[in-house]
Design a protein. Sequence first.
Length: 49
Amino acid sequence: MQIRIKKYLIAATALAFTGTLSLPIQAQSAAANYPNKTVKMVVPLTPGS
């Protein structure tokens, strides 16, 4: 039972990690479709930029 729980935890953390990594990319690509005003607002919010 414990091994199964660990596998689920690893899978959940991996999903959460990839989700948080893809969020800034999605925000930047979405902002690229809008005028510069929106880009200036969104880019500072994305981590690592």
